[in-house]
Design a protein around this ligand. Sequence first.
Ligand SMILES: [Zn+2]
Ligand SMILES: [Zn+2]
Length: 545
Amino acid sequence: MYTLPVRATTSSIVASLATPAPSSSSGSGRPRLRLIRNAPVFAAPATVCKRDGGQLRSQTREIERERKGGHPPAGGHKRGGERGQRRGGEEEEDEQLPLPSEKKGGASEGEAVHRYPHLVTPSEPEALQPPPPPSKASSKGMDPTVERLKSGFQKFKTEVYDKKPELFEPLKSGQSPRYMVFACSDSRVCPSVTLGLQPGEAFTVRNIASMVPPYDKIKYAGTGSAIEYAVCALKVQVIVVIGHSCCGGIRALLSLKDGAPDNFTFVEDWVRIGSPAKNKVKKEHASVPFDDQCSILEKEAVNVSLQNLKSYPFVKEGLAGGTLKLVGAHSHFVKGQFVTWEPPQDAIERLTSGFQQFKVNVYDKKPELFGPLKSGQAPKYMVFACSDSRVCPSVTLGLQPGEAFTVRNIAAMVPGYDKTKYTGIGSAIEYAVCALKVEVLVVIGHSCCGGIRALLSLQDGAAYTFHFVEDWVKIGFIAKMKVKKEHASVPFDDQCSILEKEAVNVSLENLKTYPFVKEGLANGTLKLIGAHYDFVSGEFLTWKK
Ligand SMILES: [Zn+2]
Ligand SMILES: [Zn+2]
């Protein structure tokens, strides 16, 4: 039986949580396989897994390591344009930025903030029914939204996945990303697209306004678990926080009025993480127009997130020991610019060269795509995907800029409605459904998911090894119980494969506990799709709820 050690050493954490190495499956070299199946596809039994196969990042690793101890203050180094717009905050390692204490705020300006008086106080979340298994009947529907996902995957499979075994084969046995990236859920700013980050290269969190909240085990298990997993288990070397132009979350933050009632259930509470930045901008740039204040705030909020990162003990330790660096960045999709600060120089070169390639080869060449996106986003999809560096849906499904508002967290979990614990994901769902009016919510599980392994490995009554991870993955507890009961005799790795899909079902059920989702489902403006990406066999499966 698989157990998480009570006091895990670093290596035992890695052994427990790193993704498994399937022993016999192979997705490449089978170009004509049925790509899409509407039945669960189980990964081959896995052997004990080791992270860090080494090969997968040879390119970026060639760049020599950062100089020791270099952790310049924010704003100390910038590249690209907009040099005059911000200055770095003075930072001290120990300082923690408290969450702002004000409870009330309201938004009456800023086009990204709308009023939704019909959003009533939510009723008690429904008791979760054990969700049905993936339906085998979903192929009959010819639903264009599903077809879009499938054809996107098919294109990826034949044009990328099958053609680059040298990239994807090593990734089947584990991930060892160099970067952890925080990016906004905004459909226009996927860092895999804008920075050309390759599968395996960046463990990615996407949330409203790419906010990193301060350490808080109760309120922010979602973000906390991702940071912890990235730093402690995956040993990422660089954490990058990327703000962006025309950010709706930043507009919402700047629009908050003291004492006014909140328009949303979650959004205001989430963006208030950036209140210290807002206060700074209001004070230092009081005379500047609202839109310009937003532009400045987009970068200052990144500084708050960088500061908040230091409130996590494992981050602080990594910074002190020189194994971890922080980078602030801002992507300006109206001007087509990308700026960074807080250098380790080599990481910045990787990011800026990735952006330059995107700029020259994609952005500048497709004004018909990017032109309209400069004035707003109207994504059809909201996608939940794991932070795992191998599963970016922009890559695997070919989702285009503007097409999918995207949340990425550990194991693509969607918790049930909870204003106290889950403002991060609640705000994203609320914003996507109520403000952006997305039509489809897609939850995508994946093969060899470390978060799912952690969930299945949890022992009743055992002490937690992590600060956050166990608490976060327990969102899928019902699915785990189901798998343990119904598939008691199958090996651990096969149970993991089943659980990857059952956990998606739990997330789909949990989505229904959000009143705005329930409403959209009831009146037919919204639908839910479950999906699973198996990067070992090279298959993508969908089902409807
Ligand atoms: Zn944004
Ligand atoms: Zn995962």
